[in-house]
Design a protein around this ligand. Structure first.
Ligand code: SUD
Ligand code: ADP
Length: 280
């Protein structure tokens, strides 16, 4: 059975620059894809059933983003075919790494082929956006500067980099952070490219660190490391990361990790791993 990757993302910075009338926040962010991924496989069904064959602990089947993605695409395309989905989770859930969104994007990209729909990328991105603001970038398939709520994307060239990503063991609700009274919502919009790490920060970080001191402690630990080019929280947390210019420096930092802290090292990608499959 062919396996398809669904990579995680990091938000290298995240500015809250305003708010829409419906309450959603307007953002500016740079998404970087990383070489740390969930794995999915798909088996075509000639009836219209959509089944997840590998339950994800804590997520009811009908809420799983790959099942929701398959059902939405089936509805919108009026196709009479189904699929069996096998999902192997590696990306921590609800950590600001976009794992669920990436699973949804990979499902849309592969089913577009498997069901012979031949939709273009823009159309798939529109459907993806209905599932979450982070889905379109994974369909876009490149590192991107994002505006709006994350759907206005322009591609951005980023230098090679390695990341040490830490996973504080707290679950953070994105909605709770965006609704905080303490959140600043008026960062001045910036123009990108060019992008340099010191141009940005994560505006959600202050609120998260106040509510969850463990995240502040993890960030503090990363900030005392040598040779980092950037230390920040990803998305609405809880994961935090340090960027390094090479693998050796990232792995050396990983080896210094105190007992009780967990994380992983991953390389920054230039393209989504499915990019080649899509060009075939
Ligand atoms: C913060 C980001 C940055 O990449 O990533 P994650 O931390 O989730 O990975 C995303 O914008 C997350 O977007 P999305 O995945 O759609 O957010 P959801 O969890 O659905 O949002 C939960 C709630 O947060 C609020 N929300 C979300 C996004 C946004 N731009 N403005 C908001 O005000 C809304 O009240 C929404 O109902
Ligand atoms: N396939 C999936 N993988 C991860 N989370 C999923 C999935 N399907 C639904 N979810 C739900 O979406 C929430 C957010 O997941 P995820 O995308 O991993 O995190 P984040 O939005 O913080 O980057 C999870 O807490 C979980 O309840």
């Amino acid at each position: 059975m062919q396996t398809f990757l669904a990579p995680a993302k990091l938000n290298l910075f995240l500015h809250v620059v305003g708010r829409r009338e419906d309450g959603y926040h307007l953002l500016q962010t740079v998404f970087r894809l990383i070489d740390f991924a969930d794995q999915l496989s798909f088996v075509l069904r000639d009836d219209s059933a959509i089944k997840l064959r590998t339950p994800t602990p804590g997520v009811p089947e009908e809420n799983n983003l790959c099942v929701r993605a398959a059902k939405l695409l089936q509805q919108r395309s009026h196709i009479n075919l189904g699929v069996e989905i096998f999902l192997e989770k590696h990306i921590p859930m609800g950590g600001g790494l976009g794992g669920g969104s990436s699973d949804a994007a990979t499902t849309l990209l592969v089913l577009n082929r498997l069901w012979g729909l031949n939709w273009n990328r823009a159309r798939l991105m529109e459907v993806g956006l209905e599932l979450g603001a982070d889905v379109p970038v994974f369909i876009y398939g490149e590192n991107a500067f994002a505006e709006g709520i994350g759907e206005k994307l322009s591609s951005i060239a980023l230098p090679p980099a390695w990341y040490l990503v830490l996973i504080p063991s707290v679950h953070i609700s994105t909605g709770q952070i965006f609704s905080s009274k303490e959140l600043t919502r008026n960062t001045n919009p910036i123009t990108i490219p060019p992008f340099s790490p010191w141009q940005g920060r994560n505006d959600l970080e202050t609120v998260v660190c106040q509510m969850y001191p463990v995240v502040a402690r993890y960030l503090q630990w990363l900030k005392q490391l040598n040779n980092t080019t950037l230390v920040a929280m990803s998305g609405s947390g809880a994961c935090v990361f340090a960027e390094f210019a090479n693998e050796r420096a990232a792995k050396y930092a990983f080896q210094q990790l105190p007992d009780g802290m967990s994380g992983f090292v991953a390389e920054g990608l230039s393209y989504h791993p499915l990019q080649k499959f899509l060009e075939e």
